[in-house]
Design a protein around this ligand. Structure first.
Ligand code: SF4
Ligand code: SF4
Length: 109
């Protein structure tokens, strides 16, 4: 789903008030992305790449940085705060950790 089509409520992973209280989820880049390039290199899962128009996140690779960092690295560096959680990809912290372990096992094989 492109960010431009995102109409459902989403949560900002940057908000400490909500952290740990809401379901985790992979993240999505909205069409307000300015293609500044700073998020792609900080992603530990190589989940971010330049799409046809702006950067995109592969939800199959995004663990919300679970397993690597306490906070999503892309959200930390994005200058325009265009990376919310994707309400269509709600996953528990346990599911994100399982995804992380699967990715690590795949990388090691
Ligand atoms: Fe990559 Fe972490 Fe951002 Fe997901 S939250 S796209 S794993 S940097
Ligand atoms: Fe787009 Fe934000 Fe990534 Fe820059 S950091 S490329 S504005 S999503």
């Amino acid at each position: 789903m492109k960010g431009a089509a995102l109409t459902a409520p989403f949560f900002c992973p940057r908000c400490p008030r909500l952290r740990g209280k809401m379901a985790a989820m992979s993240l999505i880049i909205l069409d307000t992305c300015v293609n500044c390039d700073v998020c792609e290199p900080v992603c530990p899962n190589k989940a971010i790449s330049l799409g046809e128009v702006y950067y995109e996140i592969n939800p199959d690779l995004c663990t919300e940085c679970v397993g690597h960092f306490d906070v999503p690295q892309c959200v930390e560096v994005c200058p325009v705060e265009c990376i919310p959680g994707d309400p269509d990809r709600v996953e528990s912290r346990e599911q994100l950790m399982l995804k992380y372990e699967h990715l690590m096992a795949k990388a090691a094989s």
